[in-house]
Write a protein that binds this ligand. Sequence first.
Ligand SMILES: NC(=O)c1ccc[n+]([C@@H]2O[C@H](COP(=O)([O-])OP(=O)(O)OC[C@H]3O[C@@H](n4cnc5c(N)ncnc54)[C@H](OP(=O)(O)O)[C@@H]3O)[C@@H](O)[C@H]2O)c1
Length: 193
Amino acid sequence: MGDMKLASQCSTEMTTGHVFIAVSLDGFIARRDGDIDWLENLDAENEDNGFAEMMASVDGLIMGRATFQKVLSFGEWVYEKPVVVMSRSLTQTDIPDHLKERVRLSRSTPKTLLGELDAEGWRRAYLDGGKVIQSFLSEGLIEDLWLTRAPVLIGEGLPLFGPVPHDTNLAHRDTRVFPSGLVSSKYRIVQGT
Ligand SMILES: NC(=O)c1ccc[n+]([C@@H]2O[C@H](COP(=O)([O-])OP(=O)(O)OC[C@H]3O[C@@H](n4cnc5c(N)ncnc54)[C@H](OP(=O)(O)O)[C@@H]3O)[C@@H](O)[C@H]2O)c1
């Protein structure tokens, strides 16, 4: 009942945006230089943090250019679903040949991009990258957030959240605590607040 009410308040009937991201306890998704060593150092490899569930629920990913470049630096491509990289600076030559079938670039605005993906049949898009998430959030294009808080303070870095045009209320849906100290919480955004 509550879910239906919240869903009906959603400002978009297009493809919906969904976030799944890890954040330090002090609110950063990476160090200033993009390093996520603090995340990799946690003893959480055997814990089901929900990533597979999230991936199964979406039609593809919309990723910021910086996140794409970071993922490329890992050398291993973990995404089976299509990935759209938002960038005004990258060109086709920046996409490695072996990924050209699975990765494409977009210069569209968030709303236009969701409309384009909707026309292709996407229902749910996984949004990745701090700036991309902030930009979709400020336009009311995110339906829910799944945040995994890591028990570490890194002091400074790239923030998950930034300035917002107005307050946004969230409805807490679920929280799971893992032996590693990771705390995973799901929130649904209450649109129009
Ligand atoms: N902790 C985690 O779970 C997690 C998850 C994902 C990423 N990360 C880390 O986060 C870092 C990257 O995040 P980030 O916040 O710096 O950047 P980001 O969101 O990944 O990428 C931002 C870039 O995307 C492009 N862009 C195009 N249209 C945009 C729009 N409408 N809104 C926002 N960006 C748009 C711009 O690049 P152009 O200049 O090319 O136009 C912009 O500079 C990486 O170090 C990555 O490792 C951590």
